[in-house]
Write a new protein. Structure first.
Lengths: 200, 200
DNA sequence: GTAATGTATGATGTTAACAATGTAGGGTTC
DNA sequence: GAACCCTACATTGTTAACATCATACATTAC
């Protein structure tokens, strides 16, 4: 029903990613191509592609001829470091492209914010996590930082394996509104401050 | 003939990566699955897998139903930023795991250094680039930083698209010797200083 | 009894045929 | 003549069959 039809590969990738974020596959689980192909009603090809992709996104670890394993979340010290790098990337990209962003891209960010709102109201942790990242990604793209997205996403992905702002979705949403408003109004300083407050 | 046989996918991926670093495929080139499959004498499957992988490594950009394009190297300002992030990751990982590294892993690093030496003597820029990265990766792994390697590699990959220490291979090799010696001898401070001097 | 080896099994790796998609060119309509 | 549509072709997306690899278990030699 989507107006922008996705390839089977993309759908499978998104579904598995969602399952990973939902905790359906605990860390250490071995994922079987056949099993997932059967579940989605597709052949092993797209599932295989998804495994390669998700391995590079940081969710899965590939072992030749042995399959993929769900990676363990980083330890607290690594978490802290990864977070600091992520924040640096966002700060850099926003600073660099803040003045060149277009109206359409601002609309994209607004849409992402609305989706995050819906997710927060639904209370599904995996959806909140996905929409949270989507919002930040839209901002990066709006600031011309597409090139940095894959690297940035990899860092986020690893963190998301332990996404647990449980019950605090109202606060999460507010923090993103606090990013969007100065972003829309062209206030770089406040935008960055709000991003810093959100990523911690 | 290799003792550690690689899968076709790995071989294809390595070959294409090497070609990219050699400048065989200039930025903006569209890569065709059929063409490369024919060249390597394999089917499109592994080539396809390689495309997905190399897209995530930062070399190629995927467009659904349209194929992959060789990405353009980053502009000078982005280069500088990417380099600083790369340096931070290496510094963090080395600091964190310097004392826990094993003798075997030190031997691995030494072997990587020797390979870099050979590459420098051969004068092939793409080989030097590959061995250069391999050396640094071995150090990261030796310090228990496997988890950070994919992210770190992505950053390096983008830089490598403009690897041009042309003619200065002797200096490049020396810089790595300067990293290895204090690394082997357990001098953290000097190791980090040498890394900083090398990554710039 | 233990260790090495052979074998069965279930997984991933690879292939080639088929389906779906996007692009470019020419033709038609206004 | 310009815009639109339609068709043909080239390319990617998907599938299912086949090949290869790794593991576990039984068997055998010692």
């Amino acid at each position: 029903m989507s107006l922008i039809p996705q390839t089977v590969r993309e759908q499978v990738t998104n579904q598995i990613r969602n399952d990973l974020l939902s905790g359906r596959f605990p860390a250490g689980t071995m994922l079987r191509e056949i099993e997932l192909a059967a579940r989605f009603g597709v052949s092993r090809g797209p599932v295989r592609d998804a495994f390669i992709q998700l391995s590079h996104e940081g969710y899965l670890a590939y072992q030749a001829n042995r399959g993929v394993m769900v990676r363990h979340p980083p330890n607290p010290k690594d978490r802290e470091f990864i977070t600091s790098v992520r924040l640096q990337i966002e700060t850099y990209v926003i600073q660099r492209g803040f003045d060149t962003k277009s109206k359409e891209s601002t609309a994209d960010v607004k849409q992402a914010l609305e989706r995050l709102h819906e997710a927060c109201q639904s209370g599904e942790a995996s959806q909140v996590a996905i929409r949270d990242i989507e919002f930040h990604q839209k901002i990066l793209v709006a600031c011309g930082g597409e090139d940095m997205v894959p690297t940035w996403r990899q860092l986020c992905s690893r963190m998301l394996l332990t996404y647990t702002r449980l019950g605090d979705y109202g606060q999460a949403y507010k923090e993103h509104v606090a990013i969007f408003e100065p972003f829309r109004d062209g206030n770089l300083k406040k935008t960055l401050a709000a991003v810093r407050a959100n990523i911690k």
